[in-house]
Design a protein around this ligand. Sequence first.
Ligand code: PMP
Length: 285
Amino acid sequence: NIVYLNGEFLPIEQASISVMDRGFLFADSVYEVIPVYAGRPFRLVQHIERLNRSLNAIRLSLSDLNIQWNDLFSELISQNNLQQGSLYLQVTRGSPSKRDHRLADETQPTVFIKADCLASNSSKTQNEPEALKVITVDDFRWQRCDIKSTGLLANCLARQMAEDQQASEAIFIAGEQVNEGSASNVFIVEQGVIKTPPLSNNILGGITRDLVLEMADNNGWPTEQSSIRLEQLYHADEVWLTSSSREIQPVTQVDDKTIGDGAIGPLWHKIVHEFADFKQRLFSG
Ligand code: PMP
């Protein structure tokens, strides 16, 4: 596995950073996971835009480094012979000489990119869809979930709570309000309308979320970005999770409640069909 670290391409075993790195000490760091299909990054522009929003939000500028993401990704994809998988990209505020809460700006950021072959079975989802069970947990995260920060301890703990109950994901609920999964966005279908919580500080604006809304609009399927209550989630006709690695997955159980009639819903079949077509069109020719 060849990775990119601070201007160099090298085997992962040889890639190392300082123990003073602020990514390590403070999780002072942001990241992206970019799917790769047919050897090409998927929705690259959107991922880079979101990275820039995260960097701005944490007041970290890469302008001195003059990074050409396109070139780095192409090189890494080719060096790893990656066809289907993802790129993991992380930027930290680097390694100052002293541990200090203040955001010293003279340190060089750390830029790390790794190529991963597809581990999940996401491309199989269409042929052999797996209906998921999820749990809900109190949203005990900070109030800037719109930043794609590597400070993911709350997300990891929540995901483990799901795991402990043989569930695939934990959905964060604040009061009565559905926010998002530990690493995914949430959609429900209610009387034919595809609904997802609106963008806010409480959720990460998922690239897959945007794509689902876009595909629904293109097909004239009604969508609504509005807050969703826990009761609505329990009584929805369909529930989906979306993320770059999960793509669009159907949920048929939330806590001890069965969703709809317990079978994967018709709109899910339509949207994944559309998603497959979308990728096909993009990468054919
Ligand atoms: N919310 C959270 C908390 C996430 O970690 C992710 C996955 N990165 C998402 C939503 C989905 O975002 P995307 O579709 O861009 O992968």
